[in-house]
Design a protein around this ligand. Sequence first.
Ligand code: G4P
Length: 189
Amino acid sequence: MKILEQRIKKDGRVLGKDVLKVDSFLNHQVDPELMQAMGEEFATIFSDEKIDKIVTVESSGIAPAVFAGLALHVPVVFARKNKSLTLPENVWTADVYSFTKQTTNHIMIDHRFLSAAENILIIDDFLANGQAVEGLLKIANDANVNVVGVGVVIEKTFQKGRQILDERGVRVESLARIKGFENDEVIFL
Ligand code: G4P
């Protein structure tokens, strides 16, 4: 998606050898017009699929997911990160290890917000190591819902997330695909 790539070039900052900081429009401050355009793009890309609901993980997945939900006219559910030690009842859960932050998050979705045989589209901000999406796939499997695909804002093709999802036969569509960084410049695929 051209306007997203331009924005990444203009405002993205490369940290270390594999992290792209995009907190001025996606991860901290949010640009609603860009989010709206991205939501419409996801709706166009997945227009051949029957989608009943969008599912994401808090917090940075929520903005793109809500705009995709707006464009597709479907509700959006975000998995919550559970910080307390006691697990609430009637929730689907998964453990998600973050390589970037080196912590494990327990994510959960209330049984009321996923019904068996629903068709869901997973949306997330980054596809890096694929751990967040894998957690959502586990929840989808436990809840007996059908995953029509995964929509990602920024995919880092040099990390293993794409390969994991390809091997599982999951349709993955990304709005920007980054193959690497050179001298702090972002190189798109
Ligand atoms: P995953 O996202 O594919 O699971 O890979 P990984 O375990 O590496 O990512 C852990 C967290 O770091 C995720 O956020 C993910 O979105 C974020 N992340 C991964 N690579 C990048 C990057 O290059 N830049 C930025 N800005 N974030 C990256 P999270 O823990 O779910 O946090 P949040 O959604 O609450 O922000």
